[in-house]
Design a protein around this ligand. Structure first.
Ligand SMILES: [Zn+2]
Length: 419
């Protein structure tokens, strides 16, 4: 039975001293009041037990049509992108609407259990039947009580380089995609790539949709489609609705080029998504030693005032055998890989899986404030540092005043038998 709340008490909030109580009415936060001391919670109150309460986590980049297929029909033993594509083409032949629906729903439940309430999924449109896309539109409806799901029409094998690529993207819009995707670095030629970016941004603009491009997901310093995407976003004044995912090549660009590029990026104000666990696993594969990380310039983008968020990309699919839905794991790996363990970075690190993800998804009504939907997560720890150290599953997830998830705190010393 759903538990409906009229307050959350004994909460710590980022950027605020001491404890607070958050009053809830009709599914909205109505008041946020400081407490002078801890109070005991009534039946319709949730006791945050002096832990940190944040906005729900955002998973901004995942492929729900492929999740939970690792090992089917075989394992990707080399771990490369290319063996992954081979495994996927064998598995893809077995796709059915019910297969996609059940794996996507199971993954969304896993994410919800970890405090995620907003998800953007890419769905492969290079399938003449658009089987997965049709299934995902239904999943979006069926899971709306616990997840806000955005669907990206994602042309895995290209728009210009796949038969009827453009028609399939347009059909995906008619079926109900929210976001237009692309994969310019995978198109057959550089011209195809640039043309595809210009075309897909126009398609989104014309239909009042968002844009999220798999952009330069390759260790090739010559892969420069990000500048095309940012220039198009700037030309149409559409930057806050445009996201560049991956931009791994930026990790290989020279500094002179980057200084020119960053001027455009700042003017365009587009959003960035980095998937550190996936990139560490898939990139750097053509390097001997030293090996590149294959990750975009996360701290530099943040310091330039741009919004960057982390995503998981995969949960147990042909490209990546790991993933448990816990965004804190992704955050931890990302901070390590990006040299971001300075305390000033750690103190603000949760923004990478909350506010910045919300900016990428262009979410309205996100954040803990009076008048906003009463949606939040109770994390185990009093501040971002403690939360990151523990990486424990969320203690609670609240959506529109209803408790979706609640679990007991983990005591890391409980099984310690030595003295
Ligand atoms: Zn992806």
């Amino acid at each position: 039975m759903t538990k409906t709340l009229n307050a959350i008490v004994n909460a710590r909030l980022a950027g605020k001293e001491g404890l607070h109580s958050l009053t809830i009415n009709n599914g909205l936060f109505t008041e946020i009041q400081p407490q002078t001391s801890p109070v005991s919670a009534t039946d319709h109150e949730l006791d945050a037990c002096e832990n940190l309460v944040t906005s729900p986590f955002v998973e901004p980049h995942i492929h729900l049509d492929a999740t939970l297929t690792a090992g089917e029909p075989r394992w990707n033993e080399s771990g490369t992108l290319f063996e992954g594509i081979e495994c996927w083409s064998e598995r893809k032949a077995l796709l059915s609407e019910s297969d996609v629906t059940s794996r996507a729903t199971q993954t969304l439940k896993l994410l919800a259990a970890h405090g995620v309430q907003y998800v953007r999924t890419h769905v492969d449109t290079t399938d003449p039947q658009l089987t997965a896309l049709k299934a995902m539109v239904k999943v979006r409806e069926q899971t709306a009580n616990f997840i806000d799901l955005q669907i990206v029409a994602f042309p895995q094998e290209g728009i210009w380089s796949f038969p009827n690529g453009r028609e399939l993207m347009e059909e995906a819009v008619r079926i109900g995609a929210d976001v237009i995707g692309g994969i310019p670095h995978f198109e057959f030629t550089r011209d195809y790539g640039a043309e595809s970016v210009r075309w897909l941004v126009e398609l989104a603009h014309k239909n009042d949709l968002l844009v999220d491009v798999h952009c330069d997901e390759i260790d090739d310093p010559e892969s420069r489609f990000l500048e095309v995407l940012a220039a198009e976003a700037l030309r149409l004044d559409y930057g806050t609705r445009v996201t560049a995912s991956h931009t791994c090549a930026m990790g290989s660009y020279n500094d002179a080029y980057c200084s020119r590029l960053f001027r455009l990026l700042k003017k365009s104000n587009i959003r960035f998504l980095s998937m550190p666990t996936e990139s560490l696993h898939l990139q750097g594969r053509f390097d001997s030693y030293p090996k590149r990380r294959g990750i975009t310039r996360v701290p530099e983008l943040l310091d330039a005032g741009l919004k960057v968020a982390f995503g998981q990309d995969s949960i147990r699919d042909p490209w990546y055998p790991m993933g448990n839905g816990n965004m804190l794991r992704t955050l931890d790996v990302g901070l390590h890989a990006c040299h971001m363990l300075g305390m000033n970075r750690i103190e603000r690190c949760l923004e990478l899986i909350t506010d910045n993800g919300a900016a990428a998804l262009n979410l309205k009504n996100y954040g803990i404030a009076p008048g906003q939907p009463a949606r939040c997560a109770v994390l185990q720890g009093q501040n971002a540092y403690e939360v990151l150290l523990g990486q424990h599953p969320v203690l609670a997830s609240v959506r529109d005043g209803n408790v979706l998830v609640q679990r007991a705190a983990v005591n890391p010393e409980a099984d310690l038998l030595i003295t």
